[in-house]
Design a protein around this ligand. Structure first.
Ligand SMILES: [Zn+2]
Ligand SMILES: [Zn+2]
Length: 275
C-alpha cells in the first residue's frame, strides 16, 4: 500500500506505517499481533488528523477499516465477554460516532467495530445499574469524605475507611492520608460506636452513574470536573493518584470543554459525561 505524500508525512512515519501494515496482514503473525498492529494503525491515522480535529475522508475510512479488523480479531482471540481493545473503543467513541451520521457508509461497512462498541455500551449500562445499587446501599464507601475533595471510586477497594471505633455502616472513606487528616476534626466526635454518621452528603451520587472500569482490575478513581464553560465531565483513571486527578480538575476548570490542550494532556484518561 502506498501513501499519498502528505506534507505531514515524514519518512519515519511512512516507515512505521509500512511496518504496521505488513504486520497487520502478515500470514505468519498471530491474531493477537495482527490485532495489535491494526490498533496501532488506528492511532497512526488519528495522528494524521488536522489540528482542528478534522480528518481526511480516506484517513477516516482507513482508520475505520483497521478498527473493524482489530475488533474482529479481538473477538476471535479474547475470552467471551471481554471487551474490545482501548484503541478500538476510543476510536469508535471519539471519532467514528462523530462522523457516522454524515458519512453513512460507516454504518454499513464496519459492522464488527459497531458491534464491539454496542457490547461495551451494554456492559457499561449493566455495570452502572449494579454500581448504582451498591452505592445507594452504602454511598460513603465510594466517595472521599473530606469536604471538597469529591474523589470517588468505582469499587470500594480504592478508598480506605476510618479504622476507628465508628460503626461499620457509618465509616467515612478517604482517597488519601491527607484527606483523612483534613476530615479528622469533623469526624473525631463521631468516631465512636453508635454515633451519627459524620459524612456530609452533597448528593453527588444522585447524578452520577459510572461503570467499573474493568471487572478484574482493582478499580479506578474518578473526579467530577467542571470546565470554565460549565460542561461537567467525570474523569476516571486506574493509574493516577488522587493528587494527580485533583490537578487535572484544577487545570480543566480554567479551560473550556473541547479545547484541545486539556484533553491532550489527559488523553489516556477515560471519561464519561455527567448529566
Ligand atoms: Zn480525598
Ligand atoms: Zn471513625
Amino acid at each position: 500500500m502506498r501513501l499519498g505524500v502528505g506534507l505531514a508525512c515524514t519518512p519515519d512515519r511512512r516507515r512505521s506505517h509500512e511496518y504496521l501494515v505488513r504486520a497487520a496482514y502478515s500470514s505468519s503473525a498471530s491474531k493477537k499481533v495482527k490485532a495489535m498492529a491494526h490498533g496501532l494503525l488506528i492511532a497512526w491515522f488519528l495522528d494524521a488528523c488536522e489540528k482542528d480535529g478534522t480528518i481526511r475522508s480516506r484517513y477516516l475510512l482507513a482508520a475505520s477499516h483497521h478498527c473493524n479488523e482489530a475488533a474482529k480479531l479481538c473477538r476471535e482471540v479474547s475470552p467471551k465477554g471481554a471487551c474490545a481493545s482501548p484503541a478500538v473503543l476510543f476510536f469508535m467513541k471519539n471519532v467514528f460516532e462523530k462522523f457516522s451520521p454524515t458519512v453513512v457508509e460507516l454504518n454499513y461497512w464496519y459492522k464488527d467495530a459497531i458491534k464491539a462498541l454496542d457490547e461495551r455500551n451494554k456492559q457499561i449500562s449493566k455495570g452502572q445499574a449494579k454500581m448504582a445499587q451498591k452505592r445507594l446501599k452504602n454511598p460513603h464507601r465510594y466517595r472521599c469524605a473530606a469536604p471538597g475533595c469529591k474523589v470517588q471510586s468505582d469499587t470500594g477497594k480504592m478508598l480506605s475507611q476510618c479504622s476507628g471505633a465508628c460503626d461499620r455502616d457509618k465509616k467515612p472513606a478517604y482517597c488519601s492520608k491527607e484527606c483523612q487528616k483534613a476530615d479528622w476534626k469533623n469526624h473525631k466526635p463521631f468516631c465512636r460506636p453508635g454515633a451519627e454518621c459524620s459524612v456530609i452528603d452533597d448528593g453527588f451520587f444522585d447524578v452520577v452513574g459510572t461503570a467499573p472500569s474493568s471487572e478484574s482490575a482493582n478499580g479506578a478513581l474518578q473526579i467530577p470536573v467542571e470546565f470554565a464553560d460549565g460542561k461537567k465531565v467525570l474523569f476516571s483513571s486506574s493509574t493516577m493518584d488522587p493528587q494527580m486527578l485533583k490537578e487535572i480538575r484544577e487545570l480543566a476548570s480554567k479551560r473550556n470543554y473541547g479545547d484541545g490542550p486539556v484533553l491532550d494532556t489527559i488523553q489516556h484518561v477515560e471519561f464519561s459525561e455527567v448529566d
